[in-house]
Design a protein around this ligand. Sequence first.
Ligand SMILES: NC(=O)c1ccc[n+]([C@@H]2O[C@H](COP(=O)([O-])OP(=O)(O)OC[C@H]3O[C@@H](n4cnc5c(N)ncnc54)[C@H](O)[C@@H]3O)[C@@H](O)[C@H]2O)c1
Length: 341
Amino acid sequence: MSRLKVAVVGAGIYGINHIRAYKHNERAELTSVCELDPKIRERIGAEYGVRTYALVEDMLKNEELDAVSIATPDGFHAAPAILAIMSGKNVLIEKPLATTLADARSIISAAVKYGVRVAVDYHKRWDPAAIQIRNALREPASGRPVRGYMNMDDIIDVPSKWFTWSGNSSPVHFLGTHCYDQIRWFMGCEVTEVFAVGTKQLLKSMGIDTYDTVQAFLLMENGCWWTVETGWIYPSGFSKNNDGRTQILCENALFRSDSQNRGVEIYDGVKCHTPNSYFMQESKAGPFGFGIEPINDFVRCLLSGEPFIADASDGLEAEKIAEAVHKSLETGAKVKIERES
Ligand SMILES: NC(=O)c1ccc[n+]([C@@H]2O[C@H](COP(=O)([O-])OP(=O)(O)OC[C@H]3O[C@@H](n4cnc5c(N)ncnc54)[C@H](O)[C@@H]3O)[C@@H](O)[C@H]2O)c1
């Protein structure tokens, strides 16, 4: 097999990136897209010359596919993913793998039963700045990591205007899982204990039953404590849709990374914009950047048999942390994460 036949489920804000990546990947043939919204379906069919479906079942019955991307809303990954898995397709699931441990485990059990591979799109693992820090952390000269800080925040438009499903997710699932995954990947070990505090006020007053912000404290197996702040209420006028910072203190080194200002500032007379030049760019050859690379890597790893950079077990670990954070928010107590054999 030198070219994969692929499809995408969910063609909203992020699914479009899967569609564009596959469309420009010489080793993939995008045959079809499944999308509930008829207007989006019509537009995608016309713009990308693909067959479109309203139901995953119909697409899986009618199309010969090797792999399927799942880019449905956070809490709605499991159903289409499991249908694709049950018909023998490899799947790439947008982060988070799921918003419950039960869903995450069902996806993994189905993949084991039907002998297919599952990757999770934790695209921060492809960010050049994150790769540089991870490599430097592995240098013995850096010494033992002692303390870490990470924040990821979105402007309030994201939960209030972009999505209809924000009350079904949370800053912990939508943003926190990105952080938890990146921290596990930086540290090369697991989280053992979690404590979290948060507020539910502003979004709730707007009819969206989810957290405004959450501060979580994670203890890692290597003894390093992390503070992770995630939130969904940055002001609309912020210079970018999202903000993010990382700081890691080791015994002999300090690492800092700013994902908000990546060095480009654009002033348009109203405000300063700070686009992330490394995330997604267009060239003659198509889209590129660390938002696109995980999708191309999925194709590459399926064709070569190489392990995925982030797979379903990584998705499960991030979900375990997310669920522990939510449990701590609800109980006000520390929550231990037991290791499974
Ligand atoms: N928006 C972002 O910045 C971003 C970034 C990275 C990852 N993601 C992840 O990508 C996923 C999708 O997010 P989004 O921003 O594209 O949301 P979205 O609401 O813009 O798009 C989701 C799309 O899925 C469709 N859909 C829902 N259920 C379906 C089903 N069963 N079959 C077919 N289509 C279905 C909806 O009609 C909608 O068009 C989420 O898990 C999100 O966390 C989003």
